[in-house]
Design a protein around this ligand. Structure first.
Ligand SMILES: C[S@@+](CC[C@H](N)C(=O)[O-])C[C@H]1O[C@@H](n2cnc3c(N)ncnc32)[C@H](O)[C@@H]1O
Length: 275
């Protein structure tokens, strides 16, 4: 345990805001140029967008999220941060309300698994990201790849996420989807966060995750968090805690091809187009 320098977290509410500086470390690896326009998809509390604002010297950063409560939180964080360049908007990642080629870069941090629950939806999301990027634009995608979990405690955290609600994709699945949607992968890197929630904080985490579904999406038939805790508690206690969000997989990809929109393909196939 010591070798991987785990941090036992006793303040569950704060661990996610910081994540041991991983958002900052990732943004610093993005080879953006000053004055660019960036988009953060599934921005949540807005931390990744605000790191982009700090590190990339952009013209603007827009963070979008489907959940109104998250957008409000992101706006509050932007005020606390004295942000001048970031804006937060409630929007669905599959229907981005921006013109084609509007952005120099798109980022997304630990949101892929929330936005997409299956392979076709991941492909749809990447197509939409491709559309709003300029040619040569960057796609900075940070997620968790389940096969790279290093410990039983990390694997259990993924099992709990999946049990409550989250789709995770393997590196290979993500690589294939990126290649199919006009991206070339430039780098894949791993970032450990060292997070290890103690059992009481793991309980608070499970309660938060279950209740959040109602707050964010209005789900009425959400899980009863006490039942979920009861189900997983013995294994969490046996492991001495839960390594949640402990390892982040980062893909840096570049748009190398524009995808033809379905309407263009239909026009090209019509008899008049062949005359
Ligand atoms: C784990 S949170 C975000 C983490 C955030 N990027 C950060 O840096 O902390 C994932 C977010 O994805 C959002 N989300 C899920 N489905 C979405 C969709 N279809 N469009 C936009 N956002 C979505 C959720 O509302 C949630 O806020």
């Amino acid at each position: 345990m010591g070798e991987r320098s785990l941090r036992v977290i006793r303040q569950f509410q704060n661990y996610y805001d910081d994540l041991n500086g991983v958002r900052q470390a990732i943004v610093r690896c993005i080879p953006g140029a000053p004055g660019q326009r960036w988009l953060d998809v599934g921005t949540g509390d807005g931390w990744f967008a605000l790191e982009m604002e700090r590190a990339l010297f952009p013209r603007s950063v827009v963070g979008i999220d489907v959940a109104r409560c998250e957008v409000e939180l992101a706006r509050q964080h932007a005020r606390d941060f004295n942000s001048r360049l970031s804006a937060f908007v409630q929007m669905d990642a599959y229907r981005l309300g921006f013109p084609t080629g509007a952005f120099d870069g798109v980022g997304t941090f630990l949101a892929l698994q929330d936005i997409c629950l299956d392979l076709p939806s991941m492909q749809r999301l990447f197509e939409e990201v491709n559309r709003v990027l300029k040619p040569g634009g960057w796609f900075a995608l940070a997620t968790t790849t389940p096969e790279d979990a290093e410990t039983p405690s990390q694997r259990l955290a993924l099992e709990i996420y999946r049990y409550i609600r989250a789709g995770f994709f393997t590196k290979e699945e993500i690589q294939e989807a990126l290649a199919r949607t006009g991206f070339r992968i430039e780098r894949i890197e791993f970032y450990p966060t060292g997070v290890n929630l103690d059992p009481e904080e793991a309980k608070a985490f499970i309660q938060f995750e279950c209740d959040w579904l109602e707050r964010a999406y209005g789900w009425r038939n959400k899980f009863d968090w006490q039942a979920v805790w009861g189900y997983f508690e013995p294994r969490i206690r046996a492991l001495g805690g839960l390594e949640v969000d402990a390892k982040v997989t980062f893909f840096l990809a570049r748009k190398i091809a524009s995808l033809k929109r379905v309407s263009e393909v239909v026009t090209n196939l019509s008899p008049e187009a062949n005359d």
